[in-house]
Structures are given as structure tokens and as C-alpha cells.
Design a protein. Structure first.
Length: 115
């Protein structure tokens, strides 16, 4: 099983980034997929979650209206489009796949929002 995140980097406040997470080794279309993030000295927090079919999506209050989660089950990939980025969005972003008690994690990708 692999979840490989990409797309992180350095961006100025107000800018945009799109993170991707490519999945392999499990039945991607049967899993809810999420993005989490962890800032230095803070606990990992849920950013956004999308249901297995893509019909249901939920967001943390801190990113509502700025982040959009999506998935392509044909490509086994989940995305998060991040707009109007703020310095407080700086964190390592992790991809997660969950079905029942089964949980898979990626290795994370760094997002730094700074001028």
C-alpha cells in the first residue's frame, strides 16, 4: 500500500497550491480519503474529507471557502486545491485513506506560506 503526496512548496500569502496524493495497493474507490496537516508543535488536524464516491465533502472551519478536495477514482488520486493561503496554513500535509478500521497514511508534503 502506498500513498504518495506531491505538490507542496513555498507560496506567498494569498497564493494557491494544489496537492495530489496518488494511491496504490488497495481499492481506492472504496475508501474515504482525507487531507490532514500538522504544524510544528501542534497536533495533526483534519483539513478535508471526501467520501468514496466523491459526493460528500467536509472541511475544517479554518479552510472552508478556501480549500477544495476532489478525487479521481479512475486515476486513484485525491487532490486538495488550496486558495487564499495564509501563513497559518503552513504545515506538513498528509493524505489519509480510511475504510472501517483500516487506515493508510502518506509520508507528507511540506507547505510553507511566507513572503
Amino acid at each position: 500500500v502506498q500513498l504518495v503526496e506531491s505538490g507542496g512548496g513555498l507560496v506567498q500569502p494569498g497564493g494557491s497550491l494544489t496537492l495530489s496524493c496518488a494511491a496504490s495497493g488497495f481499492t481506492f474507490s472504496s475508501y474515504a480519503m482525507s487531507w490532514y496537516r500538522q504544524a510544528p508543535g501542534k497536533e495533526r488536524e483534519l483539513v478535508a474529507v471526501i467520501g468514496s464516491t466523491g459526493r460528500s465533502r467536509n472541511y475544517a472551519d479554518s479552510v472552508k471557502g478556501r480549500f477544495t478536495i476532489s478525487r479521481d477514482n479512475a486515476k486513484n488520486t485525491v487532490y486538495v486545491q488550496m486558495d487564499s493561503l495564509k501563513p497559518e496554513d503552513t504545515a506538513v500535509y498528509y493524505c489519509n485513506g480510511r475504510r472501517g478500521y483500516t487506515d493508510y497514511w502518506g509520508q507528507g508534503t511540506q507547505v510553507t506560506v511566507s513572503s
